[in-house]
Design a protein around this ligand. Structure first.
Ligand code: MN
Length: 492
């Protein structure tokens, strides 16, 4: 797994030979200053790299070829300081396969009242140069992010940083490998999906390995390995159980799963309680700790959510809110103050915990195995998103609901799993109605760091539908939008 700061973005400035060498020198200098300023503000997830100004169709096309070939280049940010006739961009943009952002800004913040003359106007003409560039993006109907704002303003950088994260998510998606242990839970529909379509569209390689192989790897784990992993648990979490053997069993499971993931280049996995051949416990603590290290996970064979958890974790690396696999479990329906209780039978990621998670061992009502060790904690309050990727048949839809997590209003001392409570926007009734109309699953990626905009930009780059349920959404217009969008996607 690549770290987020191993990526970079190319800053590409378009111009032409019309204005003479002196103007082009200034374009170079100004664009360098913008790149230096953007990097120095330390608000972006990874560096932006300056590229020399492009002035001809050949220069543009060869630059796009290089961007495609450079594995560390996660996207191209284009800006027109002067006027760059955009038919020159057609060949380059049509081969570009990296995420593309059009940053509409200008070098100077203010119009210099006394000094402004025609030379100044010829150099500082982003206002119309970027309109010419915007047209070709629209005409070619290429996925693009348009950001408007002064480059040295924090909100502009925030938007750029958010899009850069989406772009990295797209790159991670295109090379993602998901390991399945066992098949989908019997008879469940929403966690099914077309793995060939997923690979063509989202880039995911989703393949299966026998649980028996995992058990064999577990048998090769030594006591010393387990000692080491158990010591890591004790450092990260509060050990709140006398059943250390159960904890040690989870340690062996974690080590074995990690070894198999690494051997196959996978960064997400799924398993199911219906297929635990030879395993004494359903992985709980093991899965939770792997998720905390950035591994994607989805329960009951849900490879789509496993992949999405990995992608959102990669996108939001370095942010502090946390991201987890989640399941809508049960409600508190006090009129007007309705809350959702999210949890899973074990596997909630401790990156979203308030306070120090506790390792406990309890019996599991489902399945036929020994009581598994797991982390128990409360999720912290704060704004979050719940996202679900569903297969609509021939295409995918990403459903994103904006929610407000609260401190759980009950102690729930007999609930032996991690729990989160939240208020769905725009309201429980309207928001839940929209979710069900859109076909959103019970499994989600729950993230305090990924915003709707970040996820929607990711979906646009990848080329799938994304729908938002949040403040201001009405079920009536949402239903009509779903209907129209379904027609539009069929025409694409
Ligand atoms: Mn589940």
């Amino acid at each position: 797994m690549k770290n987020i700061n191993e990526y970079k973005f190319w800053f590409v400035v378009g111009s032409q030979h019309l204005y003479g060498d002196e103007t082009l020198r200034q374009v170079d200098a100004h664009s360098r200053a913008i790149v230096d300023g953007l990097n120095a503000a330390r608000q972006l997830p990874c560096p932006i790299e300056w590229r020399p100004v492009v002035k001809t169709p050949d220069e543009i096309t060869s630059l796009m070829r290089l961007a495609n070939a450079d594995e560390s280049c996660a996207g191209v940010i284009a800006w027109m300081h002067t006027f760059s006739p955009s038919k020159m961009w057609i060949a380059g943009l049509s081969i570009l396969n990296k995420p593309y952002c059009h940053l509409h800004t200008q070098f100077n913040r203010s119009i210099p009242d006394k000094e402004i003359d025609m030379d100044f106007m010829n150099l500082n003409q982003s206002a119309h140069g970027d309109r010419e560039h915007g047209f070709i993006g629209a005409r070619m109907r290429i996925p693009r992010k348009v950001i408007v704002g002064y480059w040295d303003d924090a909100p502009t950088r925030a938007q750029l940083g958010s899009w850069m994260r989406s772009a990295i998510g797209a790159l991670v998606s295109r090379s993602l490998r998901v390991m399945r242990f066992g098949d989908n839970m019997r008879q469940v529909a929403v966690t099914e999906g077309d793995k060939v379509e997923a690979q063509m569209r989202l880039g995911w390689q989703v393949n299966t390995w026998p649980v028996g192989d995992l058990v064999k790897v577990m048998q090769s784990v030594t006591d010393a390995d387990v000692d080491e992993q158990t010591a890591i648990y004790a450092k990260r979490y509060a050990v709140d159980t006398p059943h250390i053997d159960a904890v040690r069993y989870q340690a062996a499971e974690e080590i074995a799963i990690r070894r198999m993931l690494e051997a196959e280049g996978c960064s997400a996995f799924t398993n199911t309680f219906e297929d635990l051949h030879g395993m004494e416990q359903l992985p709980g603590l093991a899965t939770q700790d792997l998720m905390a290290e950035g591994i994607g996970y989805g329960g009951e064979g849900d490879w789509k959510t496993a992949a999405m958890v990995r992608i959102v974790k990669a996108m939001t690396e370095g942010l502090s809110g946390g991201t987890s696999f989640m399941e809508d479990y049960t409600y508190d329906l006090k009129a007007g103050e309705e809350l959702s209780l999210g949890a899973h039978m074990l596997e909630v990621c401790p990156t979203i915990a308030e306070g120090r998670p506790r390792i406990q061992v309890h019996a599991l009502g489902i399945g036929d195995r020994n009581p598994p060790a797991r982390l128990v904690f409360e999720g912290h309050p704060g704004s979050a998103t719940a996202a679900s990727l569903v297969d609509m048949g021939g295409r995918f839809r990403l459903i994103v609901q904006e929610v407000e997590a609260v401190k759980p209003i009950y102690e729930m001392p007999n609930l032996p799993v991690a729990r989160v409570m939240w208020k769905g926007l725009p309201s429980f009734i309207e928001g839940t109605k929209c979710w069900i109309l859109a076909g959103g699953a019970h499994h989600t990626v729950f993230s305090y760091d990924a915003t709707y905009e970040m996820l929607a930009d990711w979906a646009e780059i990848i080329g799938i539908e994304c729908v938002r349920i949040g403040a201001g959404t009405s079920a009536e217009s949402f239903k009509r939008d779903l209907f129209l969008a379904d027609l539009a996607w069929k025409l694409r």
